[in-house]
Design a protein around this ligand. Structure first.
Ligand SMILES: Nc1ncnc2c1ncn2[C@@H]1O[C@H](COP(=O)(O)OP(=O)(O)OP(=O)(O)O)[C@@H](O)[C@H]1O
Ligand SMILES: Nc1ncnc2c1ncn2[C@@H]1O[C@H](COP(=O)(O)OP(=O)(O)OP(=O)(O)O)[C@@H](O)[C@H]1O
Ligand SMILES: [Mg+2]
Ligand SMILES: [Mg+2]
Lengths: 257, 257
């Protein structure tokens, strides 16, 4: 079956896009056929992979609002086994336009079910909010949600609210929605607070938290400006090593499906 | 007159709350009477100032959706001249509930006009999106918007979209909406990219970009866990020094009003 993960956390700037892009790229490097869906109007996943939209380019907006088949919107990337459904700022309008749709939370899930091209994995990047776009991604995430948590104090604040939203969606829209993993990101060993935050998250999510902690690493923030994933841009960097380790852990957890 | 600034950028984690909280605190330390309005459902500005909501506590939600007078929702902080309109996760529901309101973009502006307590400055923190809550804050910002920009590549991507939104609001809702300032944040001198981003932003916004660049400084990420602003938590830190310099620049720019 196609394994589908969403990457979500309404806190801004915690590494959702960085995680979605690098997991998708690294899993595709293991000779798996991977699709990344960019459901954020900022379209950071799209630009991080160097994907330029042609003038009349179709994006996820066309799928959600104009019911275009997903097959027609899928684009290749520089990695042979990695494909993308790109986003654009127009997608911000989808939040309002979809308010009156019947079963508006299920639109993305149904669009994914209809694609004819077979993928081994699908990763869905989400915006920093819990609106219609993120709810669609959580409803479509048949195998669960990966939650990046920045190793900083403010990142802990919003976790309770995210868990409530996940529970609501599990009860009403997607019975399979588990927490597939909690990934500590931007860990800075120079501050005690980072270690305290990591320890606290491990207590709350003992099973779900990945062993691997992603350190703060400049190469990860530089890679998007080259339109490359970290394995392509700086394969031996601490950022690359840690995302390779996370990918191993995730593939191991995925074996049960 | 009361000088009203909103702090906005739909990119997540760029330092909006850190800027709103520390500017508000530092301006209040200059013996000005300051109100900070937290319009983000994450309520990070509320917790960064150590403000705990009483069980039946009134928040901005009650003002926007239940038309409570703002006067009744204002709370004190540990700083004698700094007051806050707190937020809570319920505010996320306001985005949907306000869709059918007449003139939904003007609700916050009208609520601020009705407050009897006089303030010298009002700072409005916003969520990482361009939805109804941020539009309300931009419409209420009589003296302009302060845009924090993280000194990283992905931060540049969304600026065009933010400028379009500002232009739309200026044309339709708030003729005074200027860019009061562009603040470069989380500057990391170890990477060339940061300097490139700062230079590029200065080219785009030669007048608006503050001279001061806020460096990445661990004390700024630790202060919220103590419920304190940076001047209280680590007065001599690089983070505190830079926000003091920004405050001086902002007060100078405010003299023209
Ligand atoms: N481990 C890391 N070390 C250093 N920089 C990082 C790391 N992870 C992400 N970054 C950088 O931090 C910024 C925020 O990361 P990213 O954009 O992935 O977060 P996000 O959660 O997707 O943000 P948004 O909420 O806006 O969607 C980006 O500039 C990114 O390049
Ligand atoms: N100059 C800085 N140096 C180091 N850490 C910083 C700096 N500015 C902000 N931070 C930390 O970075 C994280 C993101 O900052 P902040 O929460 O202020 O951003 P934001 O734009 O308000 O995020 P959101 O989009 O979620 O509202 C926080 O943990 C904060 O403490
Ligand atoms: Mg992102
Ligand atoms: Mg914030």
């Amino acid at each position: 079956p196609t394994i589908i993960y969403s990457i979500a956390n309404q806190k801004g700037g915690v590494g959702k896009t960085t995680t979605a892009v690098n997991l998708a790229a690294l899993v595709s490097a293991q000779n798996k056929r991977v699709l990344i869906i960019d459901s954020d109007p900022q379209a950071n996943a799209t630009s991080s992979l160097g994907v330029k939209l042609p003038e009349n380019g179709l994006t996820l907006y066309d799928v959600l609002v104009n019911k275009h088949p997903l097959d027609e919107v899928i684009q290749p990337t520089y990695r042979p086994q990695l494909f993308i459904v790109p986003s654009s700022p127009d997608l911000a309008a989808a939040e309002v336009e979809m308010v009156r749709f019947l079963a508006r939370e299920l639109v993305l899930k149904k669009a994914i079910e209809a694609i004819s091209t077979k993928f081994d994995f699908i990763f869905i990047d989400t915006p920093p909010s819990l609106g219609v776009l993120t709810i669609n991604a959580l409803t479509a995430a048949r195998h669960g949600v990966i939650i990046p948590v920045q190793s900083e104090y403010l990142a802990l604040e919003g976790l309770g609210h995210l868990l409530n939203t996940i529970r609501l969606i599990r009860d009403n829209l997607n019975a399979h929605l588990q927490i597939a993993g909690v990934l500590m990101t931007m860990f800075d060993s120079r501050t005690k607070l980072a270690t305290q935050v990591v320890n606290e998250v491990r207590i709350y999510f003992p099973e779900e938290t990945f062993e691997t902690v992603v350190p703060r690493n400049i190469r990860l923030s530089e890679a998007p400006s080259h339109g490359e994933d970290i394995l392509t841009y700086a394969p031996n960097s601490p950022g690359s090593m840690s995302y390779q380790a996370v990918t191993k852990e995730l593939l191991k957890r995925s074996e049960k499906f």
